[in-house]
Write a protein that binds this ligand. Structure first.
Ligand code: IMP
Ligand code: MG
Length: 190
């Protein structure tokens, strides 16, 4: 963990979505959410950790409607780049959901296993409503059908990092979404 970001930049193959593009899209998403929840009190954003932390932070600060926040730790991947389909809650919410208007804030929906599991799990807690907002969506990778109510960007089938998303717990703090050079994955038996 002694590498600096300066070195990590050398791992980038190309930038897929730059910082200003992300911010512009978040303004649009926040406007849509503000409008949809205009007549609803008690909006609760649930950030899915770790990947959702950067998006949640910017989305929350762009929303005009009052809202509460809570955090949930989910683990669906090992150190690799493909989903096992096995989802584990490693940190649960601090509050009950019954009667609340709940919006899940995710970094990316890929196979759909994580959000499908999370949706079922949270629905069982009887919220007044439950919707999903994901910054990124890889439609071509879907294995489980999940309705995503708000999507920032549809992206091609490529493993991306930055703006909260990691590979091997690195690159989360890049202020853009990037694709890494193939040699970065070379040590994995994919
Ligand atoms: P799913 O269960 O396959 O939909 O995967 C969801 C989770 O896998 C996301 O919340 C991410 O943490 C991780 N993930 C999926 N695709 C990527 C990617 O391209 N880069 C980084 N993480 C990813
Ligand atoms: Mg995630």
């Amino acid at each position: 963990m002694s590498q600096e970001n300066h070195d990590l930049f050398q791992d980038i193959d190309r930038i897929l979505i730059d910082g200003p593009q992300i911010q512009e899209r978040i303004v649009g998403l926040a406007a849509a959410i503000d409008a949809d929840y205009a007549d609803k009190d008690d909006l609760l954003l649930i950030c899915v950790l770790k990947g959702g932390y950067v998006f949640l932070s910017d989305l929350s600060r762009t929303l005009q409607r009052p809202h509460h926040l809570d955090f949930m730790g989910i683990s669906s991947y090992g150190g690799g780049t493909t989903s096992s389909g096995a989802v584990q809650i490693i940190m649960d919410l601090k509050q009950p959901l019954n009667g609340r208007h709940v919006l899940i804030v995710e970094d990316i929906i890929d196979s759909g296993h994580t959000l499908s599991y999370l949706r079922q799990n949270l629905l069982a807690r009887q919220p007044a409503s439950l919707k999903i907002c994901s910054l990124l969506n890889k439609p071509s990778r879907r294995e489980v059908d999940v309705t995503v109510d708000y999507v920032g960007f549809d992206i091609p089938d490529e493993f991306v990092v930055g703006y909260g998303l990691d590979f091997d717990e690195l690159y989360r703090n890049f202020p853009f979404i990037a694709v890494l050079k193939p040699e970065v994955f070379a040590h994995l038996n994919l």
